[in-house]
Design a protein around this ligand. Sequence first.
Ligand code: AMP
Ligand code: ZN
Length: 667
Amino acid sequence: MPENIQKKIEDLRTELHQHNYNYYTLDEPSISDFEFDALLKELQELEEQHPEYHDANSPTLRVGGEVTKNFPTVRHRFRMYSLDNSYDFNDLEDWEKRIQKAVNEPVEFVAELKYDGASISILYENGLLKEAVTRGDGFQGDEITPNVRTISDIPLQLKGDYPQRFFIRGEIYLTRKNFEKINKRREEEGFDPFMNPRNTASGSLKIQDSAEVRKRGLSSVLYQFISEENPAKTHWELLQRTRSWGFRISEQMKLCRNLDEVKEFITFWDGERHQLGFDIDGIVVKVNSLAQQRNLGYTAKSPRWAMAHKFKAEKVETELQKVTYQVGRTGAITPVANLKPVLLAGTVVKRASLHNEEIIKKLDLHEHDCVFVEKGGEIIPKIVGINLEKRKPGSSEIEYIKNCPECGTELLKIEDQAIHFCPNDLHCPPQVVGRMIHYVSRKALNIENLGAETIEQLYRAKLVENPADFYALTRAQLLPLERMADRSAQNIIEGIEKSKEIPFEKVLYGIGIKHVGETVAKKLAKNFSSIDDLKNATAEELVQVEDIGGKIAESIAAFFSNQENLLVIERLKSYGVQLEKGENTDELLSNVLKGRTFLFTGKLSLFTRDEAEEMVEKHGGKNISAVSKNLNYLVVGEKAGSKLKKAQDIGTIEVLDEQQFLDLIKK
Ligand code: AMP
Ligand code: ZN
């Protein structure tokens, strides 16, 4: 029987790997999403019942969930070089001449898109994804394997005739579509939008919670195979081989017999790049023959056999109509240049961000100036210069506003941030609305059907101005709102009612104390069992909680010293919102580890450290962070080091391997 189960699990994994490949890499799904989810669920259940068949590369683990505190630093076995840049065809021709001189035989090139993302190096062993490392400084980078595992088009398990051990490098990037999706969600949840897909992609790789990384919807493209020995003679052939093992390589690559064909490719994509669904910032040209590549070698910084051709950012001239100011949900002010509409990089541009007062001063922007607008990686174009010849005589400088355009309050400036903000957080309309939108957002009270637009309508109708007001809403009040159907009104009321079951930690996050994000809220809820406990906590008590510093303690104190906030809290309480820890928020599975302390060390293979620590807590035990006389059990994985030695020296500590730890719980 157990053998059957193991086989069933393995078959399901193989099948799901293949479907993933069909879907994400080939873009040719062979089953419906529904069927896929059903298979995945079946596997998930079997894996839960049989943790002994755990496999770090299981398709179920793509959903993420592993949390990494500090990414370990890893030295690159082969250095990750950067690329030399060329900006025009002359540079390229010079490069080709140098190559011809060195190799003295015909040279073929491969021309590829230069994806604008974050580069990555991934190690595969025996067909399994083993380790993924960022570029870092080229010599060493951060190991971010759990995050890379969540990227849908990166194979966890290879197919076909792959080499036993090799590195593959490529770029992790975000499509424009997914970038916009992320920003839409951020705005719904009251966060400022991200600036551009590239920074968002590289930032996403460093998120601690891999389940969050998964949600970002990153993509990969692989462009270099590296190992001790090469299974092919040319770069082109190598990439085709990697495709057959399951990797995604670029569809827009060209094998060029000479430099003219390379130039043709560059010219074509310079014009067409805006039609792609993702950003590129140029073309990379590589010598195709691996023997020639070896012959050419490297300079101190980059390979001599490759060259990046960078595209020039597109630039147009247009007239500034006026500068307006937006007030964000957090009170931050953003100046915006309203422009005479002009065509740029395939879209009509009407506005450009000016970021802050300093940028306006640096540009020396005057009213009705003719400005040069450029579109780089940013979605919102920026003003890069002024055509002074066209400046109208006597036109005055743009003067930054002193008062909030929404509520009239005098603006403040944060010293080291160059940004102005409106301090009237309790009554400035966009901030009031922003707080309510935050309150209903998914990670807070998760009130479905109550979107940003509805909240704005309710606010304008003077029906709500703080989260407590939601609970007094009636259907009759909702129905007269524009586009409000009977059914939706009912859903909203039900959603609000249901939010009374949301646990304390999420409510704590939802009420919007400055600097109290999701993680901080969780930690606070762990240490203070009710909102009143938190309110009465002294600064000393607060900073004793892990990760809570003086700044957070201060903003908590400020929040509770405000009468209006206290009133909202009292009202939320009276409506039955969870403002204290419920009975079963920390539900215990058993008490078998009661009174015993644990510490994990070395490389664990049956479970992650976080999972292990959670198991200890769920079974009534306690985790401690250092080896001391207070420690009862040290659980060791592979390559345990100084902690093990210290524990043996103390002598009273029981040393367990992972399986023995699991047995302990099973008892
Ligand atoms: P740079 O950062 O300007 O020195 O350019 C080098 C970077 O270009 C590499 O580190 C890669 O991350 C990136 N890149 C994007 N597409 C490619 C490609 N097709 N081949 C090689 N590198 C690429
Ligand atoms: Zn204001």
